[in-house]
Design a protein around this ligand. Sequence first.
Ligand SMILES: Nc1ncnc2c1ncn2[C@@H]1O[C@H](COP(=O)(O)OP(=O)(O)OP(=O)(O)O)[C@@H](O)[C@H]1O
Length: 226
Amino acid sequence: MSEIVFEHVSHHFDAEAVVDDVSLTLREHRIGIVGANGSGKSTLARMVNGLVAPTAGRVTVDGLDLARHGREVRRRVGFVFTNADNQIVMPTVREDVAFTLRRHRLSAADAATRVDATLERFGLADLADRPAHRLSGGQKQLLAIAAVLVAEPAVVVADEPTTLLDARNARRIAEHFDSLEQQLVVVSHQLELLESFDRVIVMEGGRVVADDEPRIALGAYRALIG
Ligand SMILES: Nc1ncnc2c1ncn2[C@@H]1O[C@H](COP(=O)(O)OP(=O)(O)OP(=O)(O)O)[C@@H](O)[C@H]1O
């Protein structure tokens, strides 16, 4: 697993501390982040691959400081957005998955092999030539995850990846997450998604207020939100 380190990390929007002096070392396979709306979860998750920069402190992945080695870190850390529409950039399903590999210096044949294997794995092979914008919500989310995983990142960060999905599709995504070898950092309001994880972090007002195995951390969170 990679080692993701937050050292006294804060992020301010204007005068407000959205993330407030957070220090964490993440080495577990599957890590969940929960918290009420506006508690700073997304901002924290976005700092793992430099989508948001800390206004104080330091974030490193495997010793690489995001501030100086952003490109290298982004090659290791894939990010899945809540709304797949924000992430799908190419006309067809196959083209969208292939787009991720454009800078990977693979031969056309190797890239095509990898794209096909990824489409197969996510049950998207039959939809490969479909216009991506006409997929269902669940299919789009699978495509967004496939388009991240085709690059074989060491770490996958996902910000509320099941929020827009119905229960069946949310379950499918959860099953895919369970089968991933990659280190996973998942922000979610769907607490059952995190029950099988290795560690759960609870955020409140930009701070970490609980950090434990899921049973204990989710219990603390349920008590917190009443
Ligand atoms: N670009 C921005 N400019 C100003 N304030 C922002 C910006 N992005 C987020 N915030 C504020 O930062 C706080 C934390 O936002 P963040 O998205 O990290 O919370 P969250 O815990 O992920 O919330 P949610 O569960 O609602 O997604 C919120 O008060 C939000 O309004």
